[in-house]
Design a protein around this ligand. Structure first.
Ligand code: ADP
Length: 469
């Protein structure tokens, strides 16, 4: 059964059930109220009648003021005496010789019951008449319940017809509303099917309704998932193309040099160092890829300890001078003693990635300034250059895996990677409870900041796996 049919059925049952219960309560309340009024009339009449009945020394009953009895015109009255039987009855039941309520004729307590005589529905009150403890007779009064029955019947008809109309309106209304509300889901299904058929992740589900209702949120979440999937597919495609391209270049160089050495029958120094350089490049790439693969499978452990970030920074600067030598000015800006908890090797890797990028992308004659300081309870590492900067459109993506700015892809930069350096740095910092931020102005330069929580006493001896999202 469809969701629409189920919702309609459920709502209809709820509306119908509620109306029926409500109707039954009203039906009984109306009956009770009218019957109560009749009982009151019977009781009042009984009281005034009892005042007109006399009893002699022998216990015989007699009605003294008959005219009073006529006052109760809608009430049927019978006066029964124990020894003589029926001694009085009202004019409106001249033909009835049997007791109005035989079962309660001589009860010891007043009793009021519903009785049917010749298909006439009556309310009968039986009142015992006693002298001391001796019961000498009984008074029975009755009134017709035709009004109650007629009222209840009319009410029943109204309630049943009303319920049927309300249920029909509710079913139609709910069916229409659910059709309107669920219609966008059809379009979700159709779009999802079209995407699968056409293998086209660029499609999005159109929705004109409010975005803050459940359907709007579902469609938004679905569209976001599509965007992410599309992004991942592009990344994957780009990665395959880049890896193929990047691996082919050093292999061609290596093969070319080997062919040269074969041809001339000697191993010249130039070819050997070229092979060596390309082999290093390949090793770096494979290292990055392995790191990424381990991080992705959650198997990259972090060896926590106290790390002197200032010492680490000086170490990285010293090592990077080789790369910067003769090309640009690599120097130290702000320096402070800073202790953090973390994996020294991984944090060094973050710094190396940032500094080598700055050196790589800053043109000859530029400058790269490294700094370390504190802000509140955070350590702040900065790597600033006056290179080409990063276009604003690329900034949100540079930490994505395999993302490279178009210019860097085409520009010939020695030792360029293939878009893994920053994403590796990002995830290492993230798993140190830190943050990595970037400010860049195209044509003026770029500043990367790494924020890490300052160490408070000893470091937890944890060694937990780093997960790559
Ligand atoms: P790559 O190995 O290609 O350098 P990264 O992940 O390290 O990959 O960097 C991603 C991209 O961000 C680079 O392709 C480059 O275009 C850009 N980038 C990174 N650092 C800088 C920088 N300091 N100046 C300008 N562009 C940068």
């Amino acid at each position: 059964m469809s969701l629409r049919a189920r919702l309609t059925l459920l709502y209809t049952i709820l509306v119908g059930g509620t109306l029926l219960v409500f109707g039954m309560v009203i039906y009984h309340l109306v009956g009770l109220t009218i019957t109560e009024q009749i009982d009151q009339i019977l009781e009042q009449t009984a009281r005034s009648l009892i005042g007109t009945i006399r009893v002699n020394a022998l216990g015989d009953l007699a009605v003294t003021a008959e005219s009073d009895l006529d006052l109760a015109a809608n009430v049927y009255v019978q006066l029964w005496e124990r020894s003589q039987g029926l001694i009085y009855r009202s004019n409106n039941i001249n033909s009835l010789n049997d007791p109005l309520d035989p079962l309660a004729q001589y009860t010891s307590q007043p009793v009021t019951r519903d009785v049917s005589i010749n298909d006439v529905h009556l309310r009968v009150m039986s009142v015992p008449l006693s002298i001391g403890s001796r019961q000498v007779g009984a008074l029975q009064l009755a009134a017709s319940l035709a009004v109650v029955d007629a009222t209840q019947q009319t009410l029943l008809k109204v309630l049943l017809i009303g319920t049927a109309i309300a249920v029909t309106i509710a079913a139609t209304g709910v069916s229409f509303v659910t059709y309107r509300a669920l219609a966008p889901l059809d379009s979700v299904t159709q779009t999802a099917l079209q995407i699968t058929r056409a293998d086209d992740l660029s499609r999005r589900i159109p929705y004109q309704g409010p975005m803050d209702d459940e359907i709007g949120q579902l469609i938004e979440a679905f569209n976001q998932t599509l965007s992410r999937l599309e992004n991942l597919f592009h990344t994957q495609r780009r990665f395959v193309a880049d890896v193929g391209h990047e691996l082919r270049t050093p292999l061609t160089v290596i093969k070319g040099n080997i062919a040269l050495m074969r041809k001339f029958g000697c191993s010249d120094e130039e070819s050997l160092s070229s092979i060596d350089e390309e082999a290093d490049r390949l090793t770096r790439m494979v290292g990055d890829l392995l790191l990424l693969a381990r991080a992705e499978s959650g198997k990259l452990p972090l060896n926590y300890g106290l790390v002197e970030l200032d010492t680490l920074l000086l170490e990285v600067m010293q090592q990077s001078q080789v790369l910067a030598h003769g090309k640009l000015d690599l120097r130290l800006g702000e320096i402070d003693q800073v202790l953090v908890c973390g994996d020294r090797d991984r944090l060094k890797q973050v710094l190396i990635n940032l500094v080598s990028n700055a050196i790589k992308y800053t043109p000859v004659g530029g400058e790269v300034i490294l700094g370390i300081g504190k802000e509140g309870d955070q350590a702040r590492l900065t790597v600033q250059d006056n290179g080409p900067g990063i276009p604003a459109a690329d900034l949100p993506h540079i930490f994505e895996r395999f993302y490279r700015i178009e210019k860097s892809r085409t520009r010939s930069v020695d030792g360029k990677g293939f878009g893994l350096g920053l994403s590796i740095a990002y995830w290492i910092v993230k798993h140190h409870d830190g943050e990595i931020t970037v400010d860049s102005i195209e044509g003026q330069g770029t500043r990367f900041c790494v924020w890490l929580p300052l160490a408070e006493g000893d470091c937890p001896p944890e060694d937990f796996p780093l997960e790559f999202e």
